[in-house]
Design a protein around this ligand. Structure first.
Ligand code: ZN
Ligand code: MN
Length: 481
């Protein structure tokens, strides 16, 4: 048996984060709403109603297309895709068939080691991105099926990749990067828990080093990264066993469904019966047209994309895992960026935000939503940088900020934590230290520089940590030499 490699491609459906649905004015946020309460005659497919494309959805889809490197078509249109299913009230989906919104892109993504370090960089080409509306949701209970059409008409982007992925690991890494991009350009909230991003994955095997594209197994219905990973691992193993038994690849395309509870795929259709969706151009919606100027205008609004952002954080001295941590958490990133803007010191900022602050939040069972605001963090930094408190006392202040929600200045005032920096008070402390520590004094005079440290330590203890250690050092040296 030859060495085999897996050839994987994905179809991704991502819900767009718009106020209203794709072709009507219904609220697009149907999460946790009573069934069939965000519906109207348009999204219920009543005869005689007219769909009107949502300009916000089109704008977001264009932005997403550019962010994944696609060329946006200056002309495209919607098509009707017919099939009968009770979750599809009109009897057809309004989608895009032969003239999609965008084509021929590419997404570069990082494959990580277990340690969180970047192992390698890969690129997956994007075949197309098109817009369509979602169907409703069916819930099967015994012999009864409940229909909820709140989701019917929700705007979707369907993103199709070339078969450029070679393992479940790569497929997941790509899908996660795609999710980050869609969030970064504000095209989708891509909340996996709410089913806002769903995958179908195609997988086939071939002898390593050949260019064959053998019949593939298409796995439907993957609603999480875990499901995507497990299903591809499972199906690859199954196809390898089949190859071993039959001496070759599948004889024809098949469609399987992922059974999340059993962690298995199940055959849905064998030998893909060329499905006839009877596509034809949607007669109720005029074609969409964009000028190159329109498209370039949108391109100029693209934010820095996640990968470039990670490279930026790494250039500040952060490691890969920290760079991912920041790009994946907008609230954390805002804090970090605000503090970095002030300190211009990557290590200090990551120490303060990623180590101290996150540590305190965790210890207090709080989340980033409970963290001090960027302004509050800057107040703390100002107190440290002007010498009001030491960096060490800053840690205690930060913990109190997390615990109480009070400002740094209020805590410092209330607890009397101001650093002692006036020479009179410090000189008295130094005199006490010299009087009460004859041992270390003798050591220091005998040439042991380290003895000075124990004197500074004594003074810091005596002053409850409030003496300015730099000044104490200075005064001690003056007294002893
Ligand atoms: Zn509606
Ligand atoms: Mn679709």
């Amino acid at each position: 048996m030859p060495a085999l490699e897996a050839i994987i491609g994905l179809e991704v459906h991502a819900q767009m984060s718009t106020k209203t649905k794709m072709f009507c004015a219904c609220d697009n946020d149907a999460w946790n709403r009573a069934p069939n309460t965000t519906v109207c005659p348009v999204c219920m497919g009543h005869p005689g109603t007219l769909p009107v494309p949502n300009a916000e959805a089109v704008a977001k889809a264009v932005k997403a297309s550019l962010a994944i490197g696609c060329t946006v078509a200056t002309q495209c249109h919607f098509d009707r895709k017919h099939y009968f299913y009770p979750d599809l009230p009109a009897g057809y989906q309004i989608s895009q068939y032969d003239f999609p919104l965008a084509k021929a892109g590419a997404v570069t993504f990082d494959v990580l080691e277990n340690s969180g370090r970047v192992r390698e960089e890969k690129t997956c080409r994007i075949t197309r991105l098109h817009m369509e509306n979602d169907a409703g949701k069916l819930t099967h209970r015994g012999t009864t099926t409940l229909c909820d059409y709140n989701r019917a008409g929700t705007p979707l982007m369907e993103i199709v990749t070339e078969p450029d992925l070679r393992s479940a690991e790569e497929a997941v890494a790509f899908a996660q990067e795609l999710r980050r991009i869609l969030i970064a350009v504000d095209a989708s909230d891509a909340d996996m828990f709410k089913g806002m991003m769903r995958f179908d994955a195609s997988i086939s095997l071939r002898a390593t080093g050949t260019n064959a594209l053998n019949p593939r197994s298409e796995i439907k219905n993957l609603n999480s990264f875990k499901a995507l990973e497990k299903a591809l691992i499972y199906e690859e193993k199954r196809l390898r066993n089949l190859w071993e038994e039959t001496g070759g690849p599948l004889k024809g395309n098949i469609t399987v469904g992922w059974q999340d509870d059993e962690e298995k795929t199940r055959m849905l259709r064998d030998k893909e019966d060329a499905q006839d969706y009877r596509y034809f151009p949607e007669p109720d919606i005029p074609p969409l047209a964009f000028t190159e100027v329109d498209i370039e205008k949108v391109r100029s609004t693209l934010p820095m994309l996640p990968r470039a952002k990670r490279a930026h954080y790494v250039s500040l001295g952060l490691d890969d895992a920290q760079a991912f941590q920041l790009t994946d958490d907008a609230a954390l990133r805002r804090l970090f960026d605000a503090v970095y803007e002030k300190t211009k010191n990557g290590k200090r900022t990551s120490g303060l935000i990623l180590t101290q602050l996150l540590g305190f939040l965790k210890a207090e069972n709080k989340t980033i939503a409970d963290a001090p605001s960027p302004e509050a963090m800057l107040e703390l930094i100002a107190a440290i940088d002007t010498g009001t408190i030491s960096a060490n006392a800053g840690k205690d202040v930060l913990l109190l900020m997390v615990q109480t929600g009070k400002s740094a200045d209020a805590i410092i005032e209330e607890k009397g934590m101001q650093q002692i920096a006036d020479t009179d008070t410090l000189s008295k402390l130094v005199a006490d230290a010299i009087a009460q520590n004859p041992g270390p004094i003798a050591d220091f005079k005998a040439g042991k520089q380290a003895a000075l440290g124990s004197l500074v330590g004594w003074i810091m203890k005596e002053s409850k940590g409030q003496a300015d250690p730099r000044k104490v050092n200075e005064l001690l040296r003056k007294q002893l030499t």
